[in-house]
Design a protein around this ligand. Structure first.
Ligand code: FAD
Length: 439
């Protein structure tokens, strides 16, 4: 209930932020209208700019604001609302040019005032931003390079849009409006400064050190970290943090990883990382003593948020990590609630945490079901992909309201599991998924 009220509060704050520039337009003296479509076009321009300004609010990762939703929902919202903001901002000049064709004459550098070019520049930056974000994977743009370009283009688009509105002046030139508009613009720029400067500076002052590097089965490595010169932070089991390993927090080279360690031991954080790409393939080279910056905790994938009488976990591959963090926490809390873990992997040999899971079986009321794609000879357990029959064989016979389901793994596995569980009568509200692919 607490998170529902908190969610409603933050949605209200967001709507207020979006509406603020439109309210400025309505503050007296209101300039005479220039026709319906002209006014619609200006309202769209202001609303689109306001949405753009508040996009920084979403990526600032304010923990209190993101807590009720989960960061994956915030990022999803960020993507969708960016498209709406872009559409508003694009329609703004198209409408003006349609209503007032003489404006086409401005497209000559000698004729147009500077604020016209500021508007054009903002729109071009937004176009580049959109194409590079929507087509990053097909265009093979490296994530880290894309992220820097994204930050630069977003800043440029916003600053040029503010300059454009200031330059046009017509709607914000009365002293009261100048003040209000100035405050709104300043708040966006301060937000930007917080995201790009203040937050990294705060992280720099609270470093962690690697105290152990452990090789795990399945090309994965565990880093154990201890806070250096500060008390660290507490987290809920199943949550995640952004790690920066070889760079400064200003470099925008952070990667998200789930806490693999028990939430009862925040002084010894563990992250288990599978070698999959440029950054993760180098994790095995990390030396004990290496400085690491940890921005967290984030996420809503936690049993602490979903009180229940029993839990069912479904993990695929390295998706076992947050679930391992939950199981380790439950051991430390001497929890005796019934648990079922269905864990799908390619081979028995590479199954991450294999031995420890067997040990946990003795420490918790835990049933383990391993599902292997390529089983070894003589394998008696489950084989192949998850199916309705497989789940029906192992899920508790009695579905009840006090049972929650947690899924983490590849996107296709998550989608399949959600569909199968739902078909078996599990309401979607009882299913919680963690996607390892935010962007
Ligand atoms: C909430 C969450 C929790 C995660 N927990 C774990 C975990 O516990 N263990 C684990 O091994 N992996 C985890 N991941 C996945 C991990 O973040 C990526 O595998 C890693 O960032 C890939 O980086 P790379 O440079 O090695 O791979 P690349 O080959 O460069 O990237 C592969 C893909 O990973 C994504 N990616 C790359 N960099 C980032 C980034 N900085 N931020 C977000 N996405 C990125 C992009 O979609 C990219 O296309 C988690 C991901 C998320 C979103």
């Amino acid at each position: 209930m607490y998170y529902i009220f908190l969610g409603i509060f933050w949605v209200g704050v967001y709507l207020a932020l979006i509406m603020a520039p439109l309210v400025v337009l309505l503050v007296s003296p209101v300039p005479a209208g220039s026709g319906f479509w002209w006014d619609v076009s200006l309202a769209l321009g202001f609303a689109g700019t306001a949405m753009m300004g508040t996009l920084f609010f979403q990526t600032a990762r304010f923990r209190r604001a993101s807590a009720p939703f989960g960061i994956d929902i915030i990022y999803y919202f960020h993507r969708q609302i960016s498209l709406v903001a872009f559409a508003f901002i694009l329609i703004h000049p198209l409408l003006l040019l349609t209503v007032e064709p003489s404006l086409w004459g401005f497209f000559r550098p000698a004729v147009a005032p500077w604020h016209f070019w500021a508007g054009v520049g903002s729109l071009l930056a937004l176009c580049l931003l959109l194409v590079s974000s929507l087509c990053r994977k097909p265009l093979h743009i490296d994530y880290d390079r894309w992220r820097v370009a994204h930050a630069v283009l977003a800043t440029l688009a916003l600053v040029l849009a503010i300059a454009h509105i200031e330059g046009v002046g017509h709607y914000v030139d009365a002293p009261s409006k100048k003040l209000l508009w100035g405050l709104i613009s300043l708040s966006w720029l301060l937000l930007l400064a917080y995201v790009r400067l203040v937050k990294p500076a705060l992280l720099l002052r609270r470093p962690f050190r690697v105290t152990e590097v452990i090789a795990e089965r399945g090309d994965a490595w565990t880093l154990q970290l201890a806070p250096e010169g500060h008390a660290g932070f507490s987290f809920q089991p199943g949550q995640f943090a952004w790690l920066t390993v070889w760079d400064s927090p200003f470099a925008l080279k952070e990667h998200p990883f789930s806490f693999a360690s028990s939430a009862e031991h925040p002084g010894a954080l563990r992250f288990t990382i599978k070698a999959l790409g440029d950054f993760t393939a180098r994790i095995k080279e990390v030396a004990v003593g290496q400085k690491v910056y940890v921005d967290g905790p984030y996420g809503s994938f936690s049993t602490d948020r979903q009180p229940a009488d029993s839990y069912v976990f479904i993990a695929g591959g390295i998706g076992i990590v947050p679930i391992m963090g939950i199981l380790r926490t439950l051991v430390d809390r001497a929890d005796r609630r019934p648990l079922l873990l269905i864990y799908a992997y390619h081979t028995w040999e590479r199954l991450t945490f294999r031995e420890e899971l067997e040990t946990l079986r003795g420490q918790l009321d835990l049933r383990l079901v391993f599902v292997l794609k390529e089983p070894p000879q003589g394998w008696q357990g489950e084989v192949g992909l998850l199916s309705e029959e497989l789940l029906a064989r192992h899920l508790p016979q009695q579905q009840n309201d006090r049972q929650e389901y947690f899924i983490c793994g590849p996107v296709s596995m998550i989608q399949l599991s959600e569909k199968l569980l739902n078909r078996l009568g599990v309401p979607l509200s009882k299913i919680h998924s963690e996607l390892f692919d935010l962007v």
